[in-house]
Design a protein around this ligand. Structure first.
Ligand SMILES: Cc1ncc(COP(=O)(O)O)c(C=O)c1O
Length: 392
């Protein structure tokens, strides 16, 4: 076996759990409720716009570094629904998915030993990209079962080395949506300590109970916030990797500096298709969120009926459950066995924690981004968990 030559500050990142679980789903034929991607593509008109762009030679060669002007204009227009106004030429940047936006922002703002506060559990690329920047991820733990932010915990986590608050609402993996009071408290901390906020809002349109509030809309926040989003989640084209960053010109300029040496540019023809999407398909996005609310209820009710404790999410397409009441005290083992026992894949939430505690060890994340019939099949298969027979 060849010894790993990976640099020491990146050891421990390993292979993502999603790759492991998705490959388990393939090898066992299990239903994959682990990785969050829809099993139905977004609107045909958007797919056609992509095909037409390729065929008519739009975007087949390097597009402009900031992204094509049409898409930047559509993104600026999209942000105006929140009352946020951004200059198309200096305050909007197209990225290779929000993933690149996160990496470019961390590389731009985080220096060696700088600290980044992140709501724990967190999306796995946060920890990785902070490590790549040689910074330190400081988790601010959201407390199960309702995963609310403890503002005092956030305040206590700030140190002289804190540089960035990395926010995510609607929040993956918990589906928690920050309340106006919580956003205000975070804004107070950011302003008091002169911190940059990088706000990952990829699930901005996947909310069920209350409308999304970008933290950049709060007084004093526009000038210190880089907001990230992505067409993948809103329009169900996660493979296209078209994302964007909006913010004040100085911060967007910094993110552009790092972004240009990560990918320079990406997804030329898809940029035209996403322009079409933002201009013509926002009603479809509303329908998606209504349909996801129904599927949330279907999966949450089904998992609760099996005896799990369920945290009903206010956004995203993920639900977190505690499998302790079923007699399991280790979600990692539970998830590794689940495809073999029941033919279903889910993800243990411990992978979203730097500091797993006793409660977190029993948490499992499931996605309801799949069709109702698939969720029904998965729930049927899961009945064997409690009946002791195999339904898979
Ligand atoms: C919180 C969060 N941020 C960013 C991303 C990645 O977005 P993209 O596919 O646009 O890179 C995801 C994808 O799962 C996510 O859950």
């Amino acid at each position: 076996m060849v010894a790993s030559r990976l640099v020491p500050h990146l050891t421990g990142l390993g292979t993502t759990i999603f790759a492991e679980m998705s490959s388990l789903a393939t090898s066992t034929g299990a239903i994959n409720l682990g990785q969050g991607f829809p099993d139905v593509d977004g609107p045909p008109s958007i797919a056609r716009a992509a095909a037409e762009a390729v065929e008519s030679g739009k975007g087949n060669q390097y597009p402009p570094g900031l992204g094509i002007p049409e898409l930047r204009a559509a993104i600026a227009h999209h942000q105006r629904q929140y009352g946020l106004s951004y200059d198309v030429d200096s305050e909007v940047l197209v990225t290779a998915g929000a993933t690149e936006g996160i990496a470019a922002a961390m590389l731009a703002f985080v220096d060696t030993d700088d600290e980044v506060l992140a709501l724990e559990p967190f999306y796995d690329s946060y920890r990785a990209t902070i490590a790549m920047a040689r910074g330190r991820c400081v988790p601010v733990c959201l407390q199960a079962p309702d995963f609310r932010l403890d503002v005092e915990r956030l305040r206590a986590a700030v140190s002289p080395k804190t540089k960035v608050i990395l926010l995510n609402s609607p929040h993956n993996p918990t589906g928690m949506v920050l309340t106006p009071d919580e956003l205000k408290a975070i804004a107070d901390v950011a302003i008091e300590h002169d911190l940059i906020v990088v706000s990952d809002e990829v699930y901005e349109h996947l909310t069920f109970d209350a409308a999304h509030i970008p933290i950049a809309t709060l007084p004093g926040m526009r000038e210190r916030t880089v907001t990230l989003s992505s067409a993948g989640k809103s329009f169900s084209f996660t493979g296209w990797k078209v994302g964007w960053a909006t913010g004040p010109a100085d911060l967007i300029g910094d993110v552009r500096t790092t972004k240009q040496f990560l990918t320079f540019v990406s997804a030329g023809p898809f940029q035209y298709a996403v322009t079409h999407a933002l201009t013509h398909e926002m009603d479809w996005v509303k329908e998606l969120s209504t349909s996801l609310a129904d599927r949330r209820d279907q999966l949450c009710d089904g998992l609760a009926a099996l005896g799990m404790d369920v945290f009903r999410p206010a956004g995203t397409y993920f639900v977190t459950t505690d499998v302790g009441p079923l007699g399991f005290d280790d979600a990692m083992t539970f998830c590794r066995e689940l495809p073999h026992r029941c033919g279903v894949v889910a993800v243990p939430c411990s992978v979203f924690y730097d500091t797993p505690g006793v409660d977190e060890r029993r948490l499992v994340r499931w996605t309801f981004s799949k069709q109702e019939s698939v969720l029904a099949d998965a729930l049927h298969r899961l009945t064997s968990l409690t009946s002791g027979t195999s339904a898979g």
